[in-house]
Design a protein around this ligand. Sequence first.
Ligand code: ARG
Length: 462
Amino acid sequence: MSTLWHGRFGAGPADELMAFTASLAFDQRLAGDDIAASRAHVRGLARAGILDTADADAVLGALDTVAAELAEGRFEFVPTDEDVHTAVERRVTELAGAAGARLHTGRSRNDQVATDLRLYTRRALGEVAGRVLALQNTLLERAESAGDTYLPGYTHLQQAQPVLLAHHLLAHGWALARDVDRLLATVARADVSPLGAGALAGSSLPLDPAFTAEQLGFAAPFENSLDAVSDRDFVAEALFDLALLGVHLSRVGEEVVLWSSAEFGFLTLDDAYSTGSSMLPQKKNPDIAELARGKVGRLVGHLAGLLVTLKGLPLAYNRDLQEDKEPLFDAVDQVALALAALTGLLGTATFATRVMAAAADSPMAATTDLAEHLVSGGMPFREAHEVIGGLVRDAEERRVPLVDLVNAHPALGAEAAALLEPGVAVTRRTTPGGAGPAPVARQLRRFRDRLEVDRHRVDEIT
Ligand code: ARG
């Protein structure tokens, strides 16, 4: 068995070693990035005069062939292909012969894998951000078409005050806007090229990390070769961003689960985005929403797992770092799937606007407005709270409608009773960022503008 290091070794690797240490099964997906990084490296070698033009062209041609073989599913991996870097270099050497043997000059898999993974992360987070924008856009469309639809707002999952449905939907939209921000900030910090750091210390050959960084479209080359090959902050940050994004999706999911229940009845799922039961013919289940809620366990696990892997590692590269890839790939995949599924679910669900309004029209949801009515007349809020609280208790104990007590009360009367009319309370929320029609109209405009700006920011990195 021929390995990248067979020159120094008398015997080939044990099967158990290969089985335990090989990463090809999961790092194959870095093949395109590995080829891009290899192209940049070859150009750097040629520019430094380390590779003559003929050899450089031969290696670049072989890299093109490898790329085509991979793209067409014709690339044949062999048992000694321990990881994607080994596989690509092995094939280049088969194709380009003597010139291929020069590809790894001044390079180590340590700077190579860090470069590949940064290229992947930059692209993958850009794609995730694009999917977040799509979900935000669906929330915006649903919010715009929701018009004056209102529903109870909750604290402690107890009905509190009515809010516009648009307001509720955009609350999730703003959380996602912070996710987009975070993803872009992580991409900016990941945008540093480790290529040229070698195994850990740089090179005796006249390589120029700034040149290869530019070739790969990185914002800058590394400052310190030890840091370049051992830094996985960008993976930890990506995992945090994805975990928190997942937490946000879990909150959306939980509300869909509640709202689609018979007890709430606020929302009906489209058939294409709900599932049936194998036993109970009447069931229509919100499995997408449940999985959006449930996937967060592994997302948080991936973050915690990587942090533990990184903790206490001595400089510089250690094989432990190979454990960075699977959590990252899985987190990206799962969040991307969840975003697409939730976008479809929310885009096609039917809101039961009359059920929502009926639930929100309980006079109890307007008691704060009654207290504030008394405040407008000069009464201190604490006192007003007590007065209205007394009426609520009375109404419950004597089983009389609250509105009757309000009408009969000397400091309240008909004007205050009108506040209990269906649909009135939500219109009373007029302050900036509040839940009523006037501030929500402004909020919709601000959200639309923000989405437009973020779309440009994401386009710039994808
Ligand atoms: N498969 C390895 C990883 O993912 C590549 C780097 C291996 N480097 C080494 N010196 N063994 O980290």
